[in-house]
Unconditional design. Structure first.
Length: 135
């Protein structure tokens, strides 16, 4: 069940500047993600969702299924590791630049009524793979 967002209003001006950067396509760094994470329940999952909705081209959603797929861990231990999330985003950029990726993207994108970004395509693949492995 999703967690209710509890917003920490300290540093709100700094957070708004960081979120504006993210929305405008400027990649935010470890420290900036940490500040946003502290603002939103200290949750990297919640932070990733907010960043994704602000800029789906740059930021992918990070949740327990994706974490399990990426790390192989059966628990959520380490899910709030910002470094792992940043590495995940970097790998998505690398994979989407590989030969053959466009064909895979098109096969998945044709099942949606809206434009989806590479981050969303790869998230869907990981999410569904984890779901099938767990059932």
């Amino acid at each position: 069940m999703p967690t209710m967002v509890n917003i920490n209003l300290e540093n709100k001006d700094k957070v708004l500047i960081i979120l504006s950067k993210a929305r405008n396509g400027i990649t935010i760094d470890f420290e900036e993600i940490k500040i946003v994470k502290e603002y939103i329940n200290n949750s990297l999952v919640g932070t990733s969702k907010l960043l994704h909705f602000l800029n789906p081209k740059t930021y992918a959603i990070w949740d327990s299924r994706i974490h399990r797929y990426i790390t192989g861990k059966q628990t959520s231990y380490g899910i709030d590791n910002i470094k792992t999330y940043i590495e995940y985003l970097s790998k998505i950029r690398c994979i989407s630049a590989m030969d053959g990726y466009t064909e895979l993207h098109q096969k998945i994108a044709m099942n949606f009524d809206y434009v989806i970004e590479p981050s969303r395509v790869m998230e869907i693949i990981m999410f569904q793979t984890d779901r099938q492995l767990k059932s």
